[in-house]
Design a protein around this ligand. Structure first.
Ligand code: UDP
Length: 246
């Protein structure tokens, strides 16, 4: 089947209907802007199932997403969108590039969730970008930018709670949003901002409650070992039945 696009961790194929695409999740892992590469056995299956479960949960909670349905172990069907060229990062505790940039230890609790933007541009190494600069460059308009921030914070609150029920703390994560532009989209949805891409242990930091054990891609980035096991454990907990809310 002809590919529409191949990225570092996913391949996009045409979907069965116009305005839809199939997303295939690969086992390939890259870090440090593609300088470190390896395969993580079973990662594609984990990331597809985790992403599918999270998109379903978020949709149920009123968040608009590109998700239509899971097609197989490593494929999902989504609405075709035009990706907004911003990586939207939400942080609950300091870690990673935030700690390096400001010289603060990892794990400090932030007084409120922070939303940051990076320009999606591998050649430039995805530099941090101000909301105002994104506006000035015409990457988004004002209402799209406020909608993206609003959705990112709502998604953070929902996912924090979701993972807390699974004894995992959501430290930070990256989101991508898209615009529904395809003529197959219902008229009232056209131009709407929806959550897109993936949400998986590749794109989130998850620390185990109590032990602080890293259960995400940092195990690969930092050569901590037990990479496959951590991904499998995240999937196992995502598949835990929902607790009835009290
Ligand atoms: N992240 C991502 N893709 C990127 C950059 C970051 O999915 O290209 C995720 C990363 O896994 C983490 C969060 O976004 O959960 C914040 O990452 P950070 O800016 O700290 O960068 P890193 O330490 O990964 O360089």
């Amino acid at each position: 089947m002809e590919k529409l696009y191949e990225g570092k961790a996913k391949i996009i194929y045409p979907g069965p209907a116009s305005g839809t695409v199939r997303v295939f999740f690969k086992d390939d892992a890259t870090a440090f802007n593609g300088q470190k590469r390896a395969q993580i056995a079973g990662k594609g299956v984990v990331n597809n199932q985790v992403s599918s479960a999270l998109f379903r949960y978020l949709e149920d909670q009123g968040i608009p997403t590109h998700f239509i349905r899971q097609l197989s172990e490593n494929e999902m069907l989504v609405k075709e969108v035009q990706i907004v060229p911003l990586e939207v990062i939400v942080r609950n505790r300091t870690a990673g590039s935030f700690s390096r940039r400001y010289g603060v230890e990892e794990g400090r609790e932030l007084p409120y969730p922070l939303v940051e933007f990076s320009l999606k541009n591998d050649a430039l190494g995805d530099p941090l970008i101000e909301g105002d600069a994104a506006l000035a460059l015409g990457l988004v308009n004002g209402s799209e930018l406020s909608r993206i921030k609003e959705l990112a914070l709502k998604i953070n609150a929902l996912l924090k709670d979701y993972f807390a029920q699974r004894k995992l703390e959501l430290i930070d994560f990256k989101l991508e949003f898209g615009k529904l532009l395809h003529s197959a989209a219902p008229t009232d949805e056209r131009g709407a901002i929806v959550l897109a891409d993936e949400i998986s242990p590749d794109t989130m930091r998850l620390w185990e409650f109590g032990t602080g054990e890293k259960m995400d891609k940092d195990r690969f980035r930092r050569d901590l070992g037990g990479v496959e096991e951590a991904y499998q454990e995240v999937l196992r907990r995502v598949l835990w039945p929902e607790q009835p809310s009290t």
